[in-house]
Write a protein that binds this ligand. Structure first.
Ligand code: AMP
Ligand code: MG
Length: 401
């Protein structure tokens, strides 16, 4: 249900979360591609599909330490009727056995070593009675399952990593295994970051009455780095139209400005006024809680996204709207059983803070957006669609914080 839109509004108000994401993404410039060594690619976004340059495993090999033999020779093996095989050599990682395994023969083999011709099965070392260099006893049949087949993981030419993926440890390790020393990544988006508010001061100095530490600059900056962005820190602008405009003008050269604070209905919410009165507005307010008053617009050709000042709200808006818009990836969610109920709002998607414990998610309890410790303690956002309350025992969509 969409709240009534003022007839006079020249821009959309109360947009959905999906609309907000798409509108922000549409204002971001396309990013060129650059190629960087893997060691410098952490946190970047992959710019092209990445094919395997080699197959893995490169040859059919053993998954464990033991002996390689002909399965047909070992079918009768049991503790009562062990089978005796003659050891004819060794295959280790990097040094294959040169010969062929014949009937009644085996070779000692180690994890990652090529399976010698003739052999098609492995018996783990734990299952052997080793009689030294010549003979070995099997108390159960050698297994075909402990063989890793050539190309069973990936084959040369197969696309294994897809364009758009954020490169974190698993993807980087895989890129190396595919044979790439450097990868094409998108140029970093330059994001100017501004906190607003007379009361907001940098941490590390005493707080005067009424002041609050600037946690948004720190939290949002860390999130932007995670998304592969370059952060242009503009610091803090006090609550005056002139000072705010001067700060925004310092964002020249950035691709987009992300601000926090000053976007609600209050007299001192000058970021809203700047865009409404003298800039451009793409939308104001999103049908979500927390974070509803967010505003998207532009100032002298620079896209500006104004997040609410509240640290909980700004974090949630970032995760729900900004991250997917920056990365082009939908938010990662999981389905979990709800251990408690979660209330629905009639005209907004709710992102309630939740705690995941023993595979279920429960209400964090204090859902006020001023509860800052929840940023660290909750760990998850439970997504409750408009008008669809969640009962204990239902399955819910959850985003990790
Ligand atoms: P605002 O959106 O400007 O009305 O601010 C809402 C609440 O968030 C107020 O309690 C502010 O003091 C607080 N706040 C605004 N900006 C920040 C910031 N950068 N860091 C921490 N708290 C902030
Ligand atoms: Mg403020």
């Amino acid at each position: 249900m969409r709240p009534p839109q003022p007839a006079s509004s020249p821009f959309p108000m109360h947009v959905s979360v999906e609309e907000a994401r798409a509108m922000l993404a549409a204002l971001l410039p396309p990013l060129d591609t650059e190629t960087v060594p893997l060691a410098e690619a952490a946190g970047r976004l992959l710019a092209a599909d990445l094919p395997a340059l080699v197959s893995h495993p490169s040859a059919t090999e053993s998954a464990l330490d033991g002996i390689a033999a002909r399965a047909a020779d070992t079918l009768e093996a049991s503790p009562e009727t062990p089978v005796r095989l003659r050891v004819v050599g060794e295959s280790r990682a990097g040094a294959a056995f040169a010969g062929m395994v014949g009937p009644g023969e085996c070779v000692r083999i180690y994890t990652g070593a090529p399976l010698p011709p003739g052999a098609d099965a492995i018996c783990p070392v734990e299952q052997l009675t080793d009689e030294g260099e010549a003979l070995t006893w099997l108390s159960r049949p050698a297994s075909l399952a402990d063989v890793r087949h050539e190309g069973g993981d990936f084959r040369t030419g197969e696309v294994v990593l897809r364009a758009g993926l954020p490169l974190t440890a698993p993807q980087l390790a895989l890129a190396a295994a595919l044979g790439h020393a450097a990868v094409p990544v998108r140029r970093r988006l330059r994001v100017a970051l501004l906190s607003t508010g007379d009361e907001v001061v940098p941490p590390g100095q005493p707080l005067a009455p009424g002041q609050v530490y600037d946690s948004n600059s720190v939290g949002l900056s860390a999130l932007l780095l995670e998304c592969g962005c370059e952060v242009l820190a503009l610091g803090r602008a006090p609550d005056s139209p002139e000072a705010l405009q001067a700060a925004v003008d310092r964002a020249g050269g950035a691709d987009v400005l992300l601000s926090s604070g000053g976007v609600s209905m209050g007299k001192y919410d000058f970021m809203r006024d700047l865009l409404l009165d003298r800039g451009r507005v793409a939308f104001w307010k999103v049908r979500m809680r927390p974070g509803g008053p967010a505003i998207l617009g532009g100032w002298n050709g620079l896209p500006v996204f104004g997040l609410p000042g509240n640290p909980v709200s700004s974090l949630v808006v970032f995760q729900v709207i900004v991250r997917p818009a920056l990365t082009g990836q939908p938010p990662q969610t999981l389905r979990l059983r709800a251990a408690t109920s979660f209330r629905a709002l009639p005209d907004k998607t709710a992102f309630w803070r939740g705690v995941i414990e023993n595979g279920v998610v429960r209400d964090y309890g204090q859902q006020g957006s001023g509860v800052l410790r929840s940023l660290s303690e909750a760990g998850a956002l439970v997504i409750v669609p408009e008008g669809q309350p969640v009962n204990a025992g239902d399955d819910v969509e959850v985003m990790l914080l």
